[in-house]
Each structure stands twice: as C-alpha cells, then as structure tokens.
Design a protein around this ligand. Structure first.
Ligand SMILES: C[S@@+](CC[C@H](N)C(=O)[O-])C[C@H]1O[C@@H](n2cnc3c(N)ncnc32)[C@H](O)[C@@H]1O
Length: 178
C-alpha cells in the first residue's frame, strides 16, 4: 500500500469550504490525510479526531490538540459519538490496488463502507458531510443513508477539469425524529 499521504487538492479545498459552516463539541474526519481539514475543524469543535490508513507526514496537527488514529474507517470508535463526521474518500471508480487514497473500488465499495461507518458513529441529530464526483451512483449512497434514517442533500458542486465534484450532507430524517 502507498504510505504517502494524499496531497490536499481541489477536492480537499471544496470540502473544507463546506465544513467552515459547522461547529459543535465533537467531530471526526475519516481519511484525514495530512490533516489540513482537521486543523480547520479544530478551530470550531472542542474535540477533533482523525483516522487514516496512512500516517500524516505534516506534523502541524500535533500543535492544535487533535487526536489522530491509524485505523480503518471509524472501526476503533464508539457509536453515536460525533456531532459532525466528514470525509473526502477515495472516490474514483477503479479497483482497489496500489493507491488507497484514490481508488474507491469498481462499485465505490470503499466510500459506501466509510459512509456506513460515519452513520454509525455520528449522533442521531448530527451531520455527515462528504465529497463525491459525478461517477457516483447517488441512489446507492441515498439507500445507505435511508437505512440509518438519514436523508442526503447536495450542498454544492464544482467542475474541476474532467469531473464535477459535489459536497453532500446527510442529516436525520425529520420524520424519524418523532
Ligand atoms: C482523497 S484522500 C483525502 C485526504 C484528505 N482528507 C483531503 O481531503 O485532502 C482519501 C483519504 O482516505 C484514506 N482512506 C482510504 N481508505 C480508508 C479507510 N478504510 N479508512 C481510513 N482512511 C482511509 C486515504 O489514505 C486518504 O488519505
């Protein structure tokens, strides 16, 4: 597996801009790469946690009191813990091979599994904010959300070179909140 952290790019910047609207007590970023978004989140959340398969090489996150864990998804974390869970997953439709930072699987199994994990660890009234490109079959992502009684909305989109990137938010179905 490639052990080099993902270099923040246009996709990272688009997600970070959307995340600037959120604040609260606890947040998690799954697949936090070099932790740029996490450092931003640590300004507006009392506790910020990141996970990734690869260790960050930039060390700025250590100065701002972030907790980083080498973990698969949110596997090491308790259910219903975070006000916000964010992720910019490997979203390219391509078999998973050498580069776990970009290859999402032929059916985007990797981001779908990260979404399931995010919905497990987010609080029932929390939000999951994430990025995909226009190759994603949104119906599959909506189904994962509705299985957890969340609904999916698109927040914003931007065309970058050959692809359209979109940021989505999953929030509790108001009908299911009783
Ligand atoms: C597109 S990069 C985004 C990195 C960073 N968050 C950003 O926006 O610049 C996807 C990240 O997800 C991580 N990743 C892939 N599969 C993962 C998994 N199962 N659990 C945790 N992290 C994973 C990769 O190592 C990579 O750092």
């Amino acid at each position: 597996m490639n052990q080099t952290p993902y270099i923040a790019s246009e996709d990272s910047a688009l997600l970070r801009r959307a995340l600037s609207e959120y604040s609260g007590l606890t947040c998690l970023e799954i697949g936090s790469g070099n932790a740029g978004a996490l450092i931003q989140l640590s300004q507006s959340f009392a506790t910020a946690v990141g996970t990734d398969l690869v260790r960050p090489t930039m060390m700025d996150w250590r100065k701002v009191g972030i907790d980083f864990v080498l973990a698969d998804g949110a596997s090491c974390l308790r259910s219903s813990t975070f006000d916000l869970v964010a992720f910019n997953p490997p979203y390219i439709v391509e078999a998973v091979g050498a580069d776990a930072a970009i290859e999402g699987g032929e059916g985007l199994e990797v981001p779908l599994e990260i979404l399931r994990e995010a919905l497990r660890v987010v609080k029932p009234d929390g939000k999951v904010v994430f990025l995909l490109n226009d190759e994603a079959e949104l119906a599959k992502f909506r189904k994962v959300c509705s299985d957890s009684k969340f609904r999916l909305e698109r927040l914003e989109s931007r065309r970058v070179f050959f692809e359209e990137l979109s940021v989505y938010v999953a929030s509790a179905n108001s009908a299911s909140q009783g």
